[in-house]
Design a protein around this ligand. Structure first.
Ligand code: ATP
Ligand code: MG
Length: 203
């Protein structure tokens, strides 16, 4: 019988939250690298409903972002998805999400994976001190973002630099530029089949 709350959480899993508008190779590489380097059993890709700090006029419907995430992670048995935030709806505060998830999965020890740009924003996250009690945080390097220092106890993992962002991809698609090898083929196929991101004004 485990003695403490933490010892009872024996399954190490990653959580990779984001808008995934659209998902790209940068997301997949950080998920894979953190899973291998920290010996996680799974990484759950978790699309948000409405991101707290972002002007979300650009985010397309959650159902399309979910389908693209599912397409993106296909074929990697380390990867899975978590729909708690899109199912809850509203502004997706990670604190609310983790409260639900730790109750739902009492044996999971969560590692919340964030890029360097998000590390810088961490102090502004809703109920960050309480959130720190519910999950570990893992920061990864991101091109164009200087190595962040944080007042919080974050573990850093070095990943290959991939200078890819969803913002840049939306622009490329609207301008009919190639996104091949920047997004998984299945994601590109979905984008073009549905005609997503074609309208420059929404990007
Ligand atoms: P947008 O430009 O719309 O913000 P994004 O590329 O930042 O899109 P998000 O869905 O916002 O994608 O990212 C989810 C998480 O993945 C965030 O923590 C972000 O920092 C991280 N991330 C995204 N792309 C990279 C990358 N190329 N390298 C490292 N981390 C990344
Ligand atoms: Mg982002």
């Amino acid at each position: 019988q485990p003695e403490t709350e933490l010892e009872s959480r024996s399954v190490r899993v990653g959580l990779l939250g984001g808008t995934f508008n659209p998902p790209h190779l940068g997301h997949l590489v950080i998920g894979e690298q953190v899973a291998r380097q920290l010996e996680l059993e799974k990484v759950y890709f978790m699309p948000n409903a409405i991101p707290p700090h972002v002007d979300h006029k650009e985010a397309i419907a959650a159902v399309d972002r979910v389908k693209m995430v599912q397409a993106a992670i296909q074929g990697n048995s380390l990867f899975d998805f978590e729909l708690a935030e899109v199912e809850r709806g509203g502004i997706s505060y990670a604190y609310d999400t983790l409260l639900t998830l730790v109750q739902k999965h009492p044996n999971y020890e969560y590692y919340f994976i964030i890029g360097a740009d998000e590390v810088a924003y961490l102090p502004t996250w809703h109920r960050i001190d309480e959130l720190m009690q519910l999950t570990h945080f893992v920061g990864v390097n991101r091109p164009g973002v200087s190595a962040p220092k944080s007042e919080f106890p974050i573990q850093f993992v070095t990943v290959p630099d991939l200078d890819i962002s969803s913002t840049d991809l939306r622009q490329k698609i609207a301008h009919h530029e190639s996104v091949r090898y920047l997004v998984p083929d299945l994601v590109a196929a979905y984008i073009f089949e549905k005609g997503l991101y074609q309208d420059d004004d929404r990007n």
